[in-house]
Design a protein around this ligand. Structure first.
Ligand SMILES: Nc1ncnc2c1ncn2[C@@H]1O[C@H](COP(=O)(O)OP(=O)(O)OP(=O)(O)O)[C@@H](O)[C@H]1O
Length: 294
């Protein structure tokens, strides 16, 4: 598919979703990881994708971010800078062209580089464009120096936001776990995305760190007015900060609604319980779904 077809210049309309996923299907040989899933994510909203292990959550992210080519489906990103059909863009160009950023379930920083360097490397695309892909940049000519200064300023801004200024020169791999998670988010934000896809950002965090993560994500949504897609097992995070929740089970969408609607949805309770609806709900399932104690 040509670049022109994958990108449509038409500006987004006021009530258009930021992301529209239509009939997404992903097969691996005989295994159907995602089965005809459709949902929308609105701009300036946090949309959570939840579901039991193996439900297909990360596969949705892998399709959106170009790691997988969907078997079937349309993925329309209506961004302020243009409308993109993500399934038709070469995977490695999605981050740069459509401005889709992500973090990973298993942290993927450059552990031997400093915290600051991780944030500068994230801006590689911008810096390369400013260099004109030529040797003039190495000589300090053209707009490269200015772009480099801006990259450092942006990195510093995010270091402050995620409370890592004191660790700027330390190797990223030496940060405590919570710090590495925050650095991943900062690195993704340094690419100035229109949508931020977070794959289990609260995994391994303690209650205090989870609460700080909630604050950070709410701040990003309010301040940067971008959409956030969130895969998360920690229901204290999901129920507290999500505007909208999509629930997957065995690759199918089983529910879609506000946290209030999802909490009460019998299909969701059944999926988490893995048993009949009229069974007593074990306390840990009730807690995960944020249901009141009986
Ligand atoms: N590259 C692949 N090849 C084959 N099967 C895959 C591949 N990627 C994912 N799957 C399968 O697709 C299904 C969905 O996996 P996925 O990782 O998307 O689930 P998930 O909801 O993110 O799970 P978890 O909560 O455990 O991370 C699983 O059965 C998984 O084994």
């Amino acid at each position: 598919m040509s670049a022109a077809t994958a990108t449509q210049a038409a500006p987004r309309t006021a009530d258009e979703p930021l992301l529209r996923v239509e009939h997404l299907t992903m097969r691996f040989g005989g295994l159907v990881a995602i089965d005809d899933v459709s949902f929308e994510a609105k701009p300036e909203q946090i949309t959570a994708i939840i579901g039991p292990n193996g439900a297909g959550k990360t596969t949705v992210f892998n399709c959106l971010t170009g790691f997988y080519k969907p078997t079937v489906g349309r993925l329309t990103l209506a961004a302020p800078h243009g409308r993109f059909l993500l399934e038709q863009i070469d995977g490695f160009r999605i981050a740069q062209r459509a401005k889709v950023a992500r973090t990973f379930q298993n942290i993927r920083l450059f552990p031997g580089m400093s915290v600051l360097e991780n944030l500068i490397v994230a801006q590689h695309n911008k810096l390369m464009r400013a260099s004109g892909f030529s040797v003039t940049a190495l000589l300090g000519l053209g707009g490269y120096r200015q772009a480099e200064r801006r990259a450092v300023e942006l990195a510093k801004h995010w270091l402050e936001k995620v409370d890592l200024v004191d660790s700027a020169d330390k190797p990223a791999g030496g940060l405590p776990y919570g710090g590495q998670r925050r650095l991943e988010i900062a690195r993704a934000m340094c690419t100035e995305p229109v949508i931020l896809c977070l794959d289990e950002p609260a995994a391994g965090l303690n209650a205090h760190e989870s609460a700080e993560l909630n604050e950070l994500l709410l701040w990003i949504r309010a301040e940067h007015k971008i959409g956030i897609l969130l895969i998360e097992h920690d229901m204290s995070v999901v129920m507290e900060i999500s505007d909208h929740i999509v629930v997957l089970d065995y690759g199918r969408k089983i529910a879609d609604g506000t946290p209030e609607q999802i909490r009460k949805d019998p299909a969701v309770i059944r999926a988490y319980l893995g048993e009949e609806e009229d069974e007593a709900l074990p306390s840990e399932v009730a807690r995960d779904l944020g249901l009141p104690k009986k």
